[in-house]
Design a protein around this ligand. Structure first.
Ligand code: PBG
Length: 359
């Protein structure tokens, strides 16, 4: 069948029909908001490279997390900034480390919010690498000993899930074993399986002060040119006991998400990373892009590619948009129209339907 019997525009004619035939929905329940915690009290410092994101002391982190929970966002991903750095990233595994303290405070004050912790050393080491350094090499198996201790200390503090992002071989198995041996067999591992050696982490490294002091991460993070390699990484992680596999970054790697979705059955998380966020923010701040529509379109594309959940710095804004509020709480305008939590992507402005097309 073909034109004139077939007219694709029939199903685009009204917003109701477009919603009925929408193949992908973005919902608040898919979102994970990353947060950065620092030592001190009553601190809330905007991260210059990531407008709208903050370094928060624990008191403010708790307050922010209460809001995030009220918005209906199911989870946060926590990154800590240590007081001091050393060659082995000692604070990362200390019971009094910043993340461990923060997790205890969060579980006490916002027990129903899922707290996922990033497991890595790069923000804690003075050389900025994700593992122990000897000469110019990053030592894989020695690093595993530290990573398991970091994971155990997070679980002991009360973390609901751990997310290793270091890209050492064998880390998922090492972490699974130590968790299981310490009565944490119920704690899931979200593995940064396909983590690419990407320039899109730039703003995050400024935020976390975690850029490597020498060389780069290409001896442990994946080559952006490779897709099959990412599938192997994800398969290996699942064999080692990972519960959720991640693709990171998201937008330049949608084909990788789709490939893993086609081959494997595990839940997939996509990390819409700092550089992807800051590009949109910068353009929006210049008035070059309509931030809300661009963000909804980008995040929908990540779900369309096959991701089950999205780690994104836009999560709070998206949650407010989906609730029909303006993103900035201060400039609350009356909502144009209440839209459902599971509103599908609608390319019309603010819920208004397009002017009728001529027939
Ligand atoms: C740590 C880590 C990084 C990110 C998450 N965990 C940076 C890196 O590998 O240098 C990046 C997150 C982002 O860019 O938003 N290994």
């Amino acid at each position: 069948m073909n034109f004139p019997l077939v007219r694709m525009r029939r199903l685009r004619n009204s917003s109701n029909i477009r919603q009925l035939v929408s193949e992908t929905t973005l919902s608040i329940s898919d979102m994970i908001q990353p947060l950065f915690v620092i030592h001190g009290e009553n601190k809330k410092e905007e991260i210059p490279s990531m407008p709208g994101q903050y370094h928060l002391s624990i008191d403010n982190l708790v307050e922010e997390s209460v809001k995030i929970h009220k918005l209906g966002i199911p989870a946060i991903l926590l990154f800590g900034m240590p007081l001091t750095k050393d060659p082995r990233g000692s604070e990362a595994l200390s019971p009094s480390g910043i993340v461990q303290q923060a997790v205890r405070a969060l579980k006490k004050n916002v027990p129903d919010l899922c707290v996922i912790t990033d497991i890595c050393l790069c923000a804690y080491t003075d050389h900025g690498h994700c593992g122990i350094v000897q000469g110019n090499s990053i030592m894989n198996d020695d690093t595993l000993d530290l990573l398991r201790k970091v994971a155990l200390s997070h679980a002991q503090a009360g973390a609901d899930m751990v997310a290793p992002s270091d890209m050492m071989d064998g880390r998922v198995l090492a972490i699974r074993q130590i968790l299981d041996a310490n009565n944490f067999s119920h704690i899931p591992i979200m593995s940064y399986s396909a983590k690419y050696a990407s320039a899109f982490y730039g703003p995050f490294r400024q935020a976390a002060d975690s850029a490597p002091a020498f060389g780069d991460r290409s001896t442990y993070q994946a080559n952006p040119a490779n897709r099959r390699e990412a599938v192997r990484e994800a398969m290996l992680d699942l064999q080692e006991g990972a519960d959720i596999v991640m693709v990171k970054p998201a937008l330049a790697y949608l084909d990788v998400i789709k490939e893993i979705r086609n081959i494997l059955f595990a839940p997939i998380a996509a990390y819409n990373v700092s550089g992807e966020y800051s590009m949109v923010k910068a353009a929006a701040m210049n008035g070059w892009l309509d931030e809300r529509r661009v963000v909804m379109e980008l995040l929908t594309s990540i779900k369309r590619a096959g991701a089950d959940m999205i780690i994104t710095y836009h999560a709070r804004d998206v949650a407010r948009w989906l609730k029909g509020e303006s993103a900035d709480e201060k400039e609350k305008k009356p909502a144009v129209k209440k839209i459902s939590k599971n509103e599908s992507l609608n390319f019309t402005q603010e819920g208004k339907s397009l002017p009728r097309r001529e027939k």
